[in-house]
Design a protein around this ligand. Structure first.
Ligand SMILES: [Zn+2]
Length: 204
């Protein structure tokens, strides 16, 4: 076992310990929006795995590794004291470093979020479809649906390629948390549009 994976195993141990201690502190509402302190730590593990992977060749990732070490050093004390303010400031630190790492991973290591392209391209397809409907002024009501379908298909193909090349940013389920990921918003808009279109067809 090399030094790097020793480091990752250490982070896993610490994060799991923290998750156990933090779980009772989360409210029902926090759980509902998948924004519990425990699930906020899951993406940190994914990020640490990437840091382990990239740090031999990337100075910035080495700096992040040291930042994580510093951050984790005092965390168990803060959590064990049960002081909400201390825990809060620890979690803010986690958020801050996660944001920095996410930007770095996207920019320098070409990582993208899960379903990134699908959730973007169906909207683009829908807009193009709507435009076609107005440009051609025909009675082909399916233009928006067609655009949406083609957009989603192109997006899904690009996402499939990302997955195959192992370039998905964070693989944990909690990276889908409401407050963390705008693609959830995208799916909500998607559902709203589908419902509106269906209502249109039913009542027209
Ligand atoms: Zn890097």
């Amino acid at each position: 076992m090399n030094v790097a994976s020793d480091w990752y195993d250490g982070v896993v141990k610490k994060v799991n310990g923290l998750k156990d201690s933090l779980s009772p502190m989360d409210s029902g509402w926090a759980k509902f929006v998948s924004n519990t302190s425990a699930t906020r730590l899951d993406p940190l593990l994914s990020a640490a795995k990437r840091i382990e992977q990239f740090s031999p060749d990337c100075t910035q990732c080495q700096i992040f590794r040291d930042d994580i070490d510093t951050m984790m050093k005092n965390a168990p004390d803060a959590v064990q004291q049960g002081d909400k303010a201390l825990v809060g400031s620890f979690l803010n630190n986690v958020d801050q470093i996660m944001n920095k790492m996410t930007r770095h991973f996207q920019k320098e290591h070409r990582l993208v979020r899960a379903w990134n392209y699908t959730s973007l391209f169906w909207i683009v397809g829908w807009i193009i479809g709507m435009s076609c409907k107005y440009v051609f002024r025909d009675h082909f009501y399916w233009w928006p649906f067609l655009g949406m379908g083609v957009g989603a298909a192109i997006g899904a193909f690009l996402d499939y390629r990302v997955k195959k090349e192992d370039r998905i940013l964070y693989k944990t389920a909690s990276s889908w948390g409401f407050s963390r990921n705008t693609s959830v918003l995208s799916w909500v808009v998607f559902a709203a549009i589908v419902i509106m279109m269906l209502l249109f067809f039913v009542f027209r």
